[in-house]
Structures are given as C-alpha cells and as structure tokens.
Design a protein. Structure first.
Length: 153
C-alpha cells in the first residue's frame, strides 16, 4: 500500500442495540401494510456498511485497525455497533482486522485480535477505522478512516 489513505465519511450506518432491532421489528409488524419507508431505512443501513467496507477494501490494506468499538465518546456500549458489520465485510475479503479497545478484557472480538497497546496498533495497521477524530491518532492521520467531520459525536 502506498500514498495517503485518509478518507472522511459521514456515518457508518445507524448504530446501537435498539434502532437496528426496532426497524426490523417494524418491518415485520407492518409487512401487510403498503409502505416503503421502513424497508428503505433497513436497506440504507446495509448499503452504508457495504459502501464503507468497499472504500476500505479498495485501498488494498493488509491490516485494518478498529479504533474503539463504542458508538459514542464516553460510552462503553458497543453492542451492535455499525463497525461490526464493516468488520465482517472486510474480513470476508481475507484482510486482517485488529481491534484497539481498552475497555474489552477479551483477547478476541468477532475472531479478531484485541489489543490495548496503542503504539503497536498504530504501527501494525494500514488503515484505521475510527468513529471520531481523536488527538491520539493525529500522528497517523493519513491512515484514519472516520465519519467524524467536526470532531464530535
């Protein structure tokens, strides 16, 4: 891989435990009611994850890092975060994924290595997916792929 790979995107798809589950439940509840909106919401979330994964895969990285799994700053909730869908798509192409998540005690997350060593994480990854801009990634900003245009959630 050569050259700068900084990409800024808006949103990796909607996230959280409730919204993905609730939209799918609404779709099931109103399956006999003529409507397009709920299915469009579900489809757009899948499309967004596909798009982001394709953008990363196009850079032909050997290793992709996931910087933090939490959906929002200050949160320790990463159940059903959108980045998990992106991880799945990247790994399906045979690309190694490493997760930097200090709040996770497990050694593996979705069969990917989990590390707490930030410097090693930054040096090993060709592309780093981050939910938001953070100062501790400034020294590798050319590797960062983020949805954060303005430095906040």
């Amino acid at each position: 891989m050569s050259g700068p790979h900084k990409i800024t995107v808006v949103g990796t798809g909607y996230v959280g435990y409730c919204l993905p589950k609730d939209t799918k439940q609404l779709l099931a509840n109103y399956d006999r009611v003529p409507q397009n909106l709920i299915q469009a919401i579900v489809n757009s979330n899948t499309t967004r994850k596909d798009f982001i994964a394709e953008q990363i895969i196009a850079k032909q990285p050997q290793t992709v890092g996931i910087y933090r799994l939490a959906m929002k700053a200050g949160s320790d909730n990463f159940r059903s975060s959108a980045v998990q869908g992106v991880m799945k798509r990247i790994k399906a192409k045979g690309i190694e994924v490493i997760v930097y998540e200090p709040l996770l005690d497990e050694e593996r997350f979705f069969n990917s290595e989990v590390t707490h060593a930030l410097d090693g994480f930054k040096s090993r990854c060709d592309v780093i997916i981050a939910n938001r801009k953070v100062d501790e990634l400034d020294d590798v900003s050319d590797k960062v792929f983020t949805r954060d245009l303005f430095g906040n959630d």
